[in-house]
Design a protein around this ligand. Structure first.
Ligand code: HEC
Ligand code: HEC
Length: 283
């Protein structure tokens, strides 16, 4: 990573000048002190306007194969366009943002120490994305276990890890981010959306909104499970309040199994072992 871009990107991430009325920054919703998200069901943006989606964490987002619940952005650079100009998020526009930043000599000096060309939305997005790529958590008990420290997981978490593999959670939540590398339908062994008994929203359609392909209805990017114990509420719409509820829904609708109380507790214990150390956090 280019540290100069990381440092500039960190400032831009917290800069409310990127929003239309100067009140909202990326960090408003992606609060680093709240594991990179906001802790509420759906995001609250400019003038308190509510969106339809739960705010995912920005931590480890650089490890995802696509961005957004429906994967509509291929890169972090492309992703950063979305919230900046979204009318219910930041409601900014690039010409105004560029004008505001160009009037800030300290900002421009720092910018010109990295790029010799004019201030552009592309480079602002590059800096933000480089910063996001630096937001990698590390040394979760499960990471230590995989690296050979066999006592890093307690007996219950170890049992949970075995179940995670045996029951098939790992067929979707897999890879370095324990998720974030494929799409899957929500409701494979049961009709989750029908059983839920609430009218479907646009956001519930998932990747169908991007492709218009009937097979993509209710298809979502499988979320990363790193630090998942810290990012309630859950699912694309934040409608699932606790991690225990999320595990039950997953077992039933994705795998068609009813978990015993012990299995449930073991899986929760395993999910808790995925909480890592946050960059900058004192160990
Ligand atoms: C109003 C709250 C809000 C603001 C402000 C906001 N975001 Fe988000 N962010 C969200 C929500 C909600 C989603 C999920 C939206 C979706 O999937 O359709 C999201 C998704 C993301 C993702 C994708 C993560 C993943 O796992 O798919 C990244 C990265 C991200 N935001 C970065 C940013 C950056 C950078 C900014 C500032 C330019 C920003 N966000 C501003 C609420 C916000
Ligand atoms: C067939 C693929 C698949 C399988 C198998 C699967 N999941 Fe998921 N999981 C998903 C998808 C897709 C979502 C996102 C659902 C949504 O947002 O509406 C998800 C969401 C979650 C969440 C919520 C994460 C968040 O940030 O909101 C947790 C926790 C979870 N899964 C755990 C598990 C566990 C534990 C198992 C095994 C018992 C499992 N999953 C099996 C695909 C799968």
């Amino acid at each position: 990573l280019d540290q100069r871009k990381v440092v500039l990107g960190a400032k831009l991430f917290a800069d409310t000048r990127l929003s239309g009325d100067g009140t909202v920054s990326c960090a408003t919703c992606h609060d680093l002190a709240k594991a990179g998200q906001d802790g509420i069901p759906v995001a609250r943006g400019i003038e308190g306007k509510l969106g339809q989606n739960n705010t995912p964490t920005v931590f480890n987002s650089g490890l995802n194969f696509r961005q957004f619940w429906d994967g509509r952005a291929e890169t972090l650079e492309e992703q950063a366009d979305g919230p900046t100009t979204n009318p219910v998020e930041m409601n900014g526009n690039w010409p105004e943002i560029i004008a505001k930043l160009q009037n800030d000599p300290a900002f421009m000096a720092e910018y010109q120490s990295i790029w010799s060309n004019e201030l552009s939305p592309q480079n602002i997005k590059k800096a933000i994305a480089e910063y996001e790529r630096s937001l990698v958590t590390f040394d979760a008990p499960f990471d230590k276990y995989l690296k050979g420290q066999t006592d890093a997981l307690n007996v219950q978490a170890l049992e949970g890890w075995k179940l995670f593999q045996k029951l098939g959670c790992i067929s979707c939540h897999q890879g370095v981010n324990i998720g974030g590398n494929m799409y899957a339908n929500l409701g494979i062994l049961g009709d989750y959306f029908k059983d839920r008994g609430r009218p479907e929203t646009l956001a519930d359609r998932g990747r169908f909104n991007v492709t218009g392909n009937a097979d993509d209805l209710h298809l979502f990017k499988v979320p990363s499970l790193r630090n998942v114990a810290l990012t309630a509420p859950y699912f694309h719409d934040g409608s699932v309040p606790t991690l225990g509820d999320a595990v039950e829904i997953m077992a039933k609708y994705q795998l068609g199994v009813n978990l015993t109380a012990e299995q449930h507790a073991a899986i929760l214990s395993f999910l808790n072992s995925l909480t890592g150390i946050f960059p900058g956090q004192v160990q």
